[in-house]
Design a protein around this ligand. Structure first.
Ligand code: ADP
Ligand code: MG
Length: 405
């Protein structure tokens, strides 16, 4: 079986950090409310173990992150000061928010730091050079520190300056969150307890082709739900009413289906579905078998018989990875299939790994996140790993020196 990651990467546990100036690329890209306050601080909390570890060992901690998409200019409501306040509250120690991420004022603030101090640089994306992976910008960031730590799993699929540029200049290691994410995905992809199932759903097949192609080589069972089930059903000749079918992906879907049977992987598709005229709350919805989807109706969720079958099958699994909701869970009438799969995984004794922005949102909304083995902090990065590809931000980190023969 092909390896996902061939070389082990150093983490902060492998090196001396005492007294060092450590630049930590964290993912503090929290969702904001309309009034600019923090809507959910999961990502800030996920970054705490690495920050605490470094502070407790006497490092001088220079945090950096992006927030949202300011398009390379200063946007007042996207300053990181409010994130610094929340961090300070959670850590119970001061976190100084700086007004920029490079330049003389930042340099003098860093020069004045003592062991255990924490500063947070300003939103990296106020500079267009961040997304452009500009070498001079990366060098300026690197010049602030003796050591670089990547703990931003959710940004590690991007070749941005703070992710791939800075490590060219410094000793570069993984933080605790990054290491946990990589270890979890690597373990389930390379060495899962079996039976191993993947539940794949969400809006479109085209977003998930890479994941499907890779995962079918590794799982015993593949379960398909969500909007993309329509394309699978259409590929088998079912009428799917007014559901959107990716006609340019029918051949890919047929190839994936054929490959599953060739590999002896069981493929489960919905047998009944919840259909509605529109995907909005308040519209009348009903359950129909997939053989009788009315022409003017759209598939909005898996049906109850399907949910029972999926959950029954998952109960027998020892590893389950889930990406993509089973229906339009944002609308209460179409949330039941997603909720039942989430509840089944929450009760599973085996390993349960949840990846993907919407899937994670759903699990959090159902208050089941704590019951899962691992809820990934990365959307695109999780999909990249599930597709069997390495992350640029991980590739550039220092390798663990292997013992000689
Ligand atoms: P993730 O972010 O977890 O990777 P996706 O982005 O692929 O998941 O898909 C999430 C979206 O898919 C959700 O907004 C959900 O409403 C939508 N979705 C799920 N089922 C359907 C469906 N039957 N029709 C249309 N959209 C759907
Ligand atoms: Mg998504």
């Amino acid at each position: 079986m092909q390896k996902v990651i061939t070389r082990r990467k150093k983490t902060i546990r492998d090196i001396e950090v005492q007294g060092k100036r450590v630049l930590v690329r964290a993912d503090l890209n929290v969702p904001l409310n309309e009034d600019g306050s923090i809507a959910d601080d999961t990502r800030i909390r996920a970054s705490l173990p690495t920050i605490r570890y470094l502070c407790e060992r006497g490092a001088r901690v220079i945090l950096c992150s992006h927030l949202d998409r300011p398009q390379g200019v200063v946007v007042e409501r996207l300053r990181l000061a409010l994130v610094a306040n929340r961090l300070s509250l959670l850590l119970d120690r001061p976190v100084l928010a700086l007004q920029d991420c490079i330049g003389p004022e930042v340099e003098s603030a860093v020069a004045g730091m003592n062991a255990g101090d924490i500063v947070l640089l300003e939103n990296l994306r106020f500079h267009p050079e961040e997304r452009a992976d500009d070498p001079a910008f990366a060098e300026s960031l690197a010049s602030l520190a003796d050591l670089y730590v990547n703990d931003a799993f959710a940004a590690s699929h991007r070749s941005h300056a703070s992710i791939v540029g800075v490590p060219e200049h410094l000793q570069a290691v993984a933080g605790l969150l990054l290491a946990k994410e990589i270890d979890t995905f690597t373990r389930i992809l390379e060495n899962p307890d079996r039976p191993f199932a993947a539940v794949i759903g969400g809006a479109k097949v085209s977003d998930k082709l890479g994941v499907l192609e890779n995962i079918i080589r590794r799982v015993d069972l593949l379960i398909i739900g969500g909007g993309m089930a329509a394309t699978f059903l259409a590929s088998l000749g079912y009428g799917v009413g007014a559901s959107s079918v990716e006609t340019d992906r029918l051949d890919d879907v047929r190839r994936i289906s054929a490959k599953t049977s060739e590999l002896g992987v069981r493929l489960l598709l919905p047998r009944d579905v919840v259909v509605a005229g529109r995907l909005d709350s308040g519209v009348s919805a009903r359950v129909v078998p997939v053989t009788a989807i009315p022409d003017d109706m759209i598939i909005a969720d898996i049906g109850p018989a399907t949910a029972s079958e999926f959950c029954q099958e998952l109960t027998g699994c020892r590893t389950v990875v889930w990406n993509g909701p089973m229906g339009v869970f944002e609308v209460p009438e179409f949330a039941e299939g997603t909720r039942r799969v989430a509840a089944t995984l929450a009760n599973l004794t085996g390993t349960t790994v949840i990846g993907g922005g919407s899937t994670v949102d759903a699990v959090i909304r159902f208050k089941l996140a704590d019951a899962m083995t691992h809820v990934s902090t990365g959307g695109g990065a999780a999909l990249t790993m599930l597709a069997g590809k390495s992350l640029p931000g991980v590739e550039v980190l220092d390798d663990v020196e292997e013992e000689g023969p």
